[in-house]
Design a protein. Structure first.
Lengths: 343, 343
DNA sequence: GTTAGCACTCCTAGTTACTGAGTGCTAATA
DNA sequence: TATTAGCACTCAGTAACTAGGAGTGCTAAC
C-alpha cells in the first residue's frame, strides 16, 4: 500500500496536532481542524492504513492515534516544513554570542544555556575535543617543599595542572632542568604517541632524577587517559518536569539517571559520526533509557575540524522543525565564536 | 504542662516509629510495639498533651500523629540515643579514604560519594575555602602570539589559570619581567587586600607595559570575586526519588531546583557559623524550598582552620542518630586525609 | 490516675454507573 | 469505485456511593 498524497496529509495533521496538544488525535478532530475536504469516516480509513504501515498507533481502542517513532521519522524526512526561528530569538542568540568571552568553557556554557532556554528542553553539549592532542609545553613550578605543580599545555589551549610529590631535596633549578628535557622530548608530540622509546630517552637523560620522574611520567600517562577535555555540559535538566509525558515520577527518575552519567551522554552524542545535523527519534537512540526521547544534535567545528557536538534532548513529541532551526543557529554562532576566539 | 518521663517515652516512640515507617503513628501501635505498660487510652491522653505542646501533629482527625519540626528538635536534643555506624561501614569509609589521592577535588568527591551512598540521601559538600587567600605566585607563560597563560597560585594549593590577551609585540622576556614585578609586589598579600596603592606601584614600575597590564590586573580583580574555591559538590541527588515523601513530582522538582543553585547551597552550608556539627530541621533552614528537609552538616578543618562543610540533606523524617554518626565519621576521615595531603 | 467502651471522623479502596470520544463496519450514495 | 452517513461497540475517565478500618476524644467506671 503506497503513501498517497492524502495519507501524507493525514499523517502530517496527526503529528502536528499531537505535537501541539500531547493528546491522541481522532478522526473528527482532523476533519474539523485541518481542511482536507473529506469526512471523518474517510480519514478513519486512512488512519487504519497508516496504522497498518506502522506510522501511527492507538494507545487503546476508542482513543485517537498517536505517531510512532516510524511516523515521526517519516514526518521529519518527508513532510516537515522548515520553521525558522523568530527574528527576536535569532537576534537574542546572536547578541549573546557576541559578548566577548575569554574562556572556551564560558562560551560552551552560554550555548547550553541558550539551547535549553529557547527550546525548553535539555541541552547537551560535548565540549571541544581536539582530534590530535599534542604537547605544547610542560612547566614545573615548586610549591612547597616536597610538592610541585606540573602544568601541561595541550594544543596551546587546554591547560591542565596537577600537583606532584617530589623529594624535598629537589631544587628550583632541578625542576627547570627536568622541564627543559621534557619539553625538548615531548613538544609537538601527540599525547597518544608518546612511545616507550621516548620515555626511555627521557629516563636516560634524567637518570639522576629517577624517583621524581616516575611521578611525572605517571601523570603524563594519566593525562592520556584523561578524557576531561570530553567534558559534557548540561543545561535545563529540570525542563523535563514541564513535559506532560513526564508527569510520571519513574520516567523522570529514569531520564535523570541517564543524564547523570557522562559516559552515556558522550556515547549518545558521539554516536552520530555524520557531519552536521543528526536526528535520533525514540528507539533510534542507542540507550534505552531515553527511548521516549528524541535527540537533535549537530557537530560544531573549528578550523574545519570537528571538535564537538551540541544537541537538545526532548520527548519524541517535539516540534522538530523549530528545534532543528535552533540547533543549527546555535551551532553556527558557537562555531563562529570559537573560531574568533582561537584564531 | 511539663514533659514527664512518660511523655518523653511516648514522643520517642512516635518519632522512632514514624522514622521507620513514614506512616502516622496511632496510640494502639505504640501500646503494642513499645512496652510502656499502659493502655492505648492513656497514650492517647499523652498524645493530646504532646500535640498541645507542639511536638506532634495530626494530618487529619482519625489519623495517627506525626512529629512536628519542634518534635524532631526535642528528640534530637534530648531523647535520641547515639547510634554508631556498623563496623563494616566504618571500615569501608576508612578504607576509601586511605587510598592515596593527589587532588583535593578527588578527596572531596569521594567524601560526597560515601555520604550519599551510605545515607541514601543527598550529600552536599562545600569545598575547601581558605580564610585568607594569599598570593603565592603568579606566572605568565606565552601561548601563541597575542595570548598568554596566567597562572595564579593561591595559598600554595589553589591553582587558577586564565588566558589573557597580550599585544603581539610582547616577548617571552617581557612576560618574565612582568611576572617578576607582580610576584615581588603581590607575594604574600591577601587577595582581598590588594590595595589601590599596590596597584599604582605596579603600574608605575611597569609603565612601559600599560596596555597588557590592565588585562592582568582585571584578571586579578576577577580572581578576587571568583568564588570558585567555594565550589559545591553534590552526591546522590537522585536519592530523593526513593523517599516516600517525595512521591509527588512537584516536591521533587522544588527540591531539585534548590539543589541546582549553588549560591543557595553555599548559603545553607555557611549558615551554621558554629564549629562542628549542626542540625537544621525543616523550617529551621533558611531556604523555604527545603522546609520539609533536614540538613546535618559539619565543618571540617585543616591545620586548625575551618575550611569547609560537609553535610547530608534528607527529609525531616530521617534517622538522625545514624546520619549524625555518618557525618562525624566522614568529617574525621576527610580532615585526616586532607591534612596528610597538605602537610 | 488509668482504662474500657463507644460514638464519631475521615481516609481509602472498591463498586457501580454514566459519559464521551473514538473506532470499525456496513450499507447507501455519488 | 471511492466516499460517506449511520450505528453499534469499546473503553478510559469521572463521579457518586459504599463499606471498612484506623484512629480519635469523651465519658464513666475501676
Amino acid at each position: 500500500m503506497p503513501m498517497d498524497e492524502r495519507k501524507k496529509k493525514v499523517l502530517q495533521a496527526i503529528i502536528q496536532d499531537y505535537i501541539a496538544t500531547a493528546e491522541p488525535v481522532g478522526s473528527r478532530t482532523i476533519a474539523r481542524k485541518y481542511d482536507l475536504g473529506v469526512s471523518p469516516a474517510t480519514i478513519r480509513n486512512e488512519m487504519a492504513d497508516l496504522e497498518e504501515l506502522g506510522y501511527i498507533e492507538q494507545p487503546h481502542t476508542s482513543a485517537g492515534r498517536i505517531p510512532s517513532d516510524l511516523g515521526y521519522r517519516y514526518y521529519v524526512d518527508w513532510l516537515m516544513e522548515k520553521e525558522k526561528l523568530k527574528p527576536y530569538e535569532e537576534e537574542y542568540i546572536h547578541q549573546v554570542f557576541s559578548q566577548k568571552m575569554k574562556e572556551i568553557e564560558s562560551v560552551i556554557k552560554q550555548a547550553s544555556e541558550i539551547l535549553s532556554q529557547i527550546s525548553n528542553y535539555t541541552a547537551i553539549i560535548l565540549g571541544p575535543q581536539l582530534g590530535k592532542r599534542t604537547f605544547q609545553r610542560i612547566e614545573l613550578l615548586p610549591l612547597v617543599p616536597g610538592k610541585a605543580l606540573m602544568i601541561t599545555i595541550i594544543n596551546s589551549r587546554f591547560v591542565r595542572h596537577h600537583i606532584i610529590d617530589i623529594p624535598e631535596s629537589i631544587t628550583h633549578l632541578d625542576l627547570e632542568r627536568i622541564s627543559m628535557v621534557l619539553n625538548d622530548k615531548l613538544h609537538g608530540y601527540a599525547l597518544e604517541q608518546v612511545k616507550k622509546e621516548t620515555m626511555k630517552e627521557i629516563y636516560e637523560e634524567l637518570a639522576h632524577y629517577k624517583n621524581i620522574l616516575s611521578n611525572i611520567l605517571d601523570m603524563i600517562e594519566h593525562l592520556n587517559s584523561d578524557h576531561s577535555t570530553e567534558k559534557v555540559y548540561l543545561g535545563g535538566t529540570l525542563n523535563i518536569f514541564n513535559q506532560p509525558e513526564f508527569k510520571d515520577i519513574d520516567k523522570v527518575k529514569n531520564l535523570l539517571s541517564v543524564l547523570e552519567k557522562d559516559e552515556v551522554l558522550v556515547d549518545l552524542l558521539e554516536a552520530n559520526d555524520t557531519v552536521g545535523l543528526s536526528i535520533k527519534i525514540g528507539g533510534e537512540n542507542k540507550h534505552q533509557g531515553i527511548s521516549n526521547c528524541s535527540l537533535i544534535t549537530s557537530t560544531y567545528q573549528v578550523n574545519d575540524e570537528i571538535v564537538g557536538s551540541i544537541g537538545i534532548l526532548g520527548p519524541t513529541r517535539m516540534p522538530y522543525s523549530k528545534a532543528i532551526s535552533l540547533v543549527e543557529c546555535v551551532t553556527i554562532n558557537l562555531t563562529r565564536a570559537l573560531e574568533k576566539m582561537l584564531k
